[in-house]
Design a protein around this ligand. Sequence first.
Ligand SMILES: Cc1cc2nc3c(=O)[nH]c(=O)nc-3n(C[C@H](O)[C@H](O)[C@H](O)COP(=O)(O)OP(=O)(O)OC[C@H]3O[C@@H](n4cnc5c(N)ncnc54)[C@H](O)[C@@H]3O)c2cc1C
Length: 421
Amino acid sequence: MDAADGGSEPVHIMGAGLSGLAAATILAKAGKEVHVHDIRADSGARFDGDFQALENWSMDVDFFDQLAEWGFDASTFRTTEFHVVDLIHPDDEITQPKSDKVAYRIVERGTSDHAIDQGMKQQALAAGAQIHYKSRVKEEDCTIIACGPKGTSAVAYGEIFETTHPNHIAFQLNDKLAPGAYSYLIIVDGVGLICTCLWRKQSKSERFLNETIAWYDKHYPDLNRKPIKRVGGKGDFTINQRYKQDGRYYIGESGGLQDFMWGFGMRMAVWSGVLAARDILGECDYETEVRKQLLPYVRTSVANRWLMNRVGDRTFKRMCRNWMKSQSKRGDGLVWVGGLFRPRWYKTLLYHLVTPFMLRKDAKSMGRGVRRMPFRKAKARDQWEPSEEASAIGTQWTEIRRSGAKTSFANDSDESSISSE
Ligand SMILES: Cc1cc2nc3c(=O)[nH]c(=O)nc-3n(C[C@H](O)[C@H](O)[C@H](O)COP(=O)(O)OP(=O)(O)OC[C@H]3O[C@@H](n4cnc5c(N)ncnc54)[C@H](O)[C@@H]3O)c2cc1C
């Protein structure tokens, strides 16, 4: 194998996730011989049927218009559009930011036919890319590195369940249930997901999920939740000094092209795959375009994360109020949240001021100068005893698991999730 920059040589891609498959499709369509290697048995196997949101607020252009412009067919996977969200304030008040535009689209991650990973895989295969699953390759033998998270900066745990509740989305800012982050409820066509994200490292982390589920059971009494399985995963948040090094392109989460604040990384994953493929085809310079098109968003998210790390429920409440005030004034709930994600000069300044303290060097980054946001320590306020309802939910899950239900969660390394497959 040759890690050269393309030419007539085959292009080897490490990782058949969203970013790797996006790059593979564009390259194969242009007539390149493309080999995608994935350590797992299938695309999406890192996830197990969890729902994720394709955000549509961080820029004026609709993500689906971007996909179409890049030549992707979004009808190869199932998406459910939402215009409204239940915003759950830390004091349990529920309000509803809304928009006439598509606010976000829910997709499924995993190996089901309608999952986004499978839709992207179909497109790569149709374009002529060859995908090799359970294939272990070396980084130095590949041109594109697209293998997702390496370290752990944050984790998310969720439960998937059957429900009779109609389609619905809720987003909750609550520092007890989701330390430093948020929890959410997604219901699509009779299947629900309750998930909590932990941006501070916890012992007995399952208690956060149980307590979060107990919260939703109490406030959404029509859920009729019948647990199916538990899922989860890690997020890796890094800033890279170089995105292309020694002829190799680092894309998606492998290149740190992720949202540090809340982990909305799918859009940047596909986008960076497109840019890497275009560079190989001689249409642009990846390093320049990543810095111009994607890094301003990443830097903004770093500044946002730094701020989030310093606040708790009082500020979360203020954020919820401001969000609703903005909606009353502008008539569109996307304006406030969009503003949070969009690059601003003062966030760039904050980024430069805080990163020396916030990030730690990754010695194993093959000279790319990678700095990672460490998984932060728990705070004293993260120690609490589970409620009776949460303990009962924990017991319910233990019984369901004994009868064969699965937990799929990759926390500390890719290895742990791979060996269980
Ligand atoms: C629980 C959870 C919820 C999330 N929710 C959202 C959301 O709602 N919205 C959003 O936009 N983003 C969300 N994200 C983030 C999003 O999933 C990632 O940003 C996105 O998948 C990154 O794409 P990628 O191509 O970089 O990596 P992936 O899509 O993860 O693909 C990486 C691939 O590389 C393979 N691989 C790993 N190691 C190797 C190796 N050594 N050799 C070969 N192959 C390898 C893996 O098996 C995998 O198939 C969430 C993440 C988690 C964990």
